[in-house]
Write a protein that binds this ligand. Sequence first.
Ligand code: S3P
Length: 443
Amino acid sequence: MSKKYIEIYKKIKKFHKNITVDGDKSISIRWALLASQSLGISKAKNLLKSEDVVNTLKCLKQLGVNIVSKKNTCLIYGLGINGFKYKSNITLNAGNSGTLGRLILPLLIKSPYKIKIVGDKSLSKRDFSRVMTPLKEMGVNFYPKNKSTLPIYIKGSEYLRPITYMEKKGSAQCKSCVMLSSLNVPGDTIIKAKKSRDHTERMFKNLKLPIKLNKSKNFDYIKLSSPKRINKLNMTIPGDISSAAFFIVLTILSDNSKIVLKNININSSRIGIIKILKKMGAKIKLKNIKIQNGEKVSDIFVKSTKNLRGINCPTSLNSSAIDEFLIIFLVAAKAKGISYFKNLSELNQKESPRLKIATRILKLMNVKVKANENSIVIFGNPKLNLKKKIIIDNYLKDHRIMMMSVISALSFGGVWKIFDPDSVKTSFPSFLGIIKKLGANIK
Ligand code: S3P
């Protein structure tokens, strides 16, 4: 069977549009997992309908949870903490999702049976020891012993102990895995975590679960104890800033264009991209700010920007822009001056080794770059205009690499052939539809 691809021959013409993007992925997955542990019927509006979320719902259904999806609403009939009902010998497939693979484990730590966890080719390359190590310390068993990638088996324990956990990578998945384990572990779970997205903390607070939070400049201190029960959680899921990011950058890099992105989550632990692009001179404004179910939401107004400047990107912004660097690199490619991005080794731990693949793509685009495992220097060229043919293939079907390539083609020209376009279904199924609505020509 021949592989699917799209072709883009032309830059996008000027556009003025109001758009919405799909619901936030991190919030959608967390909502579903927590709703499954509640006693009651939880309702979400605008839940993301991407493959990562569909796989989350499939896993929960296999664990005995009743889920009803209608139009724009999803109902989850929670079974209570550790209330899953399932037979021995089940296999849960996390697909492409690190968040699902890592955050489902803490809900299984009392399982009397071995449960097999599998994932796709990309997820099977990713490190699970980062979450297995703290869970093992609590008394959870993993098989085969000493394996740190999927497939693995998890078997719970009746005798779990609370731990004090130090999270040094700035990984919200590691932090949230330990946080969710506190639902099942007696006593106090204590976490010192390098700053990372805090949706789990916000949901715990919203649910009035026992959580104490203290913040310092670089670290958050979290104390949790096991609750008696979890009440239902009703939410309207805001638009995903990580999806909005592609349109923010497309607008900045296109001529005479404007966009309004409606109802986007602007949680301060997620808006590194806005801070970084503003430092580079981009015209971005946040309007109609409100709080919705414990999360900050706003409309984002963006205009084309001519005089972009290079940036020495503060590493303190890394975690709040971790999924957006690919697209930020495109702005650096067009900025006047040299841009420096450091301490980014975590980028190579994502759905694909993103720092390596982005370097490869920038070089194909004739952008001068110097990169190693940890950092990248981009020599910007305000006149960047491509005439060559560029083929994007063999990128482990990483959804964000695919979307970065489309934005690059529409912003810088050239003839692009991009394989595996269905990869966007992981996080942003409406991506190509919106791109076409803005007037892009895609075959
Ligand atoms: C996520 C955390 C981040 C991010 C991922 C989603 C989450 O991963 O890259 O897309 O929902 O917690 P890390 O925790 O590995 O940094």
